[in-house]
Design a protein around this ligand. Structure first.
Ligand code: ZN
Length: 467
């Protein structure tokens, strides 16, 4: 009896274990079954797709490297939108994509390439919509925008993989490059940065009309230090915006023609200046300068300009500076500020009619200057370091010795081109100074190459090398 009881008890335990085991197995089977069902659904849907969509899906696989997309690939049942395209509108980017069945909304993700925050360029969700199109109005010229769209199902956890990535580069209104010749006689090109550009490529004309790739930089300027004095160069700058998979967009600037200066900053230079003209000897001096590849500064009187227009024009054309010496040689310290200003502007008007430009520097008649004059002339005041006294001696030899006995780098020499002995002195001095190794330059050139930034109302006697 006891045994039977014992047996019965064991039997019950076995039953119990059996039931528990069955339950466990059932749960596992049901669970497995559901996975299988899901997997099969997914396969069925994928099979129903056309080839285009499959191709798009393949591309997405390659470009899906984004942390913003849910990583739970097991659950993906939603299809991503197909054929995402974007086009540039007026101050917006318009996105369009193909419809996906069973979608409640589409989420739009965007990545911006700009120079403002290039440290963390990632895709971020910017909007969601039920429509098949979206206008992104938060855009700026010069940036690159990349987008993808994700489908979201009824159950918000059902999210598709990203669509193809579409990009839109908003070209800036202009890409202007400017150039300058530095005081060390290098050519410097400067441009306004294009925010999405990561590289600028400089091309230089090889003087046979072919542009050769010259230099690459990520900066917004470039200095060409391989230029020869007096030679003219042509440049083009191309900016490069990298897009997907190593491809890029490139745009080029207009051609820039830049003449390297004829001046060698390492050689001596001097500025010859001629006052009180233009007069009947001016043209001869200009011819001599031209012949010697030299330049000077003519401080002209406004009242004389019309009588010698041609000489002024010729002087300007060979690179001479036409400075302002007042209209009629009135000593400016005797005038009011308003009158001083009129002396300047009347003369500038005469000069501008011939050269197209106002004068840059001025010289006070008789060297007469005070605070009122300084405040009223509106230009740097150029006096002199060598006074030849040519107007007093009217002697060619004395004028020549005054220069040759004293001249050094950075000097400004005072002469008057209305006197015949001065003309003869000039015709001797110009080749002589060149032979002695001096470059004959204008006052403005001397200032530039000796590192002086001339300022209005300031008096300069010489322009020596700045230490
Ligand atoms: Zn004078």
């Amino acid at each position: 009896m006891n045994r039977i009881k014992e047996y019965d008890y064991i039997n019950r335990i076995i039953r119990f274990v059996e039931v528990v085991a069955f339950l466990i197995i059932s749960i596992v089977v049901i669970k497995n079954g559901s996975i299988t069902t899901h997997a099969m659904n997914a396969v069925t849907v994928t099979d129903a797709n056309n080839t285009t969509q499959t191709t798009v899906n393949t591309t997405q696989q390659q470009t899906t490297i984004d942390p913003a997309v849910p990583a739970n690939t097991e659950n993906i049942v939603m299809l991503p939108p197909a054929n995402l395209t974007c086009e540039e509108g007026k101050a917006f980017v318009k996105l369009t994509w193909g419809e996906v069945a069973g979608v409640t909304k589409y989420c739009i993700y965007r990545k911006v390439t700009t120079n403002k925050d290039d440290s963390d360029e990632v895709f971020e969700e910017i909007a969601s919509t039920k429509k098949l199109t979206y206008k992104d109005k938060a855009v700026e010229k010069g940036n690159l925008y990349e987008y993808y769209v994700v489908s979201v199902g009824v159950d918000e956890t059902k999210v598709s993989s990203p669509s193809n990535v579409a990009h839109c580069f908003l070209e800036p209104d202009s890409f202007l490059v400017s150039s300058m010749v530095t005081k060390k006689n290098k050519i410097k090109l400067t441009w306004k940065e294009v925010p999405a550009a990561r590289k600028y490529i400089i091309y230089r004309d090889n003087s046979k009309g072919k542009y050769i790739k010259f230099k690459e930089t990520d900066k917004k300027s470039f200095t060409d230090d391989s230029v020869r004095n007096g030679k003219t160069y042509k440049y083009k700058v191309v900016y490069r915006v990298p897009v997907l998979d190593g491809t890029f967009i490139e745009k080029e600037s207009k051609v820039l023609k830049v003449a390297a200066s004829k001046i060698d900053p390492d050689k001596k230079m001097v500025a010859l200046t001629f006052d009180d003209g233009p007069g009947k000897y001016t043209q001869e001096i200009v011819d001599c300068l031209k012949k010697n590849d030299a330049r000077a500064t003519f401080y002209v009187l406004g009242c004389n300009v019309n009588s010698y227009r041609k000489a002024v024009k010729n002087a300007y054309n060979i690179g001479c500076e036409i400075g302002n010496h007042s209209y009629d040689h009135t000593i400016l310290t005797k005038l009011s500020a308003k009158e001083v200003s009129k002396q300047m502007s009347d003369t500038d008007a005469k000069i501008k009619k011939i050269t197209g430009k106002k004068s840059v520097t001025m010289r006070c008649p008789g060297g007469g200057v005070d605070k009122t004059v300084q405040g009223a002339v509106g230009k740097p005041i150029i006096l002199w370091s060598i006074d030849t006294l040519d107007w007093k001696t009217r002697n060619t030899d004395k004028t020549i010795s005054a220069v040759m006995n004293n001249v050094k780098d950075g000097d400004i020499v005072l002469m008057h081109d209305i006197h015949e002995p001065t003309k003869r002195a000039a015709l001797y001095l110009i080749p002589k100074l060149k032979k002695k190794g001096y470059q004959l330059v204008t006052v403005s050139e001397l200032a530039k190459y000796r590192g002086h930034k001339l300022s209005k109302g300031t008096i300069y006697h010489s322009l020596r090398k700045k230490k």
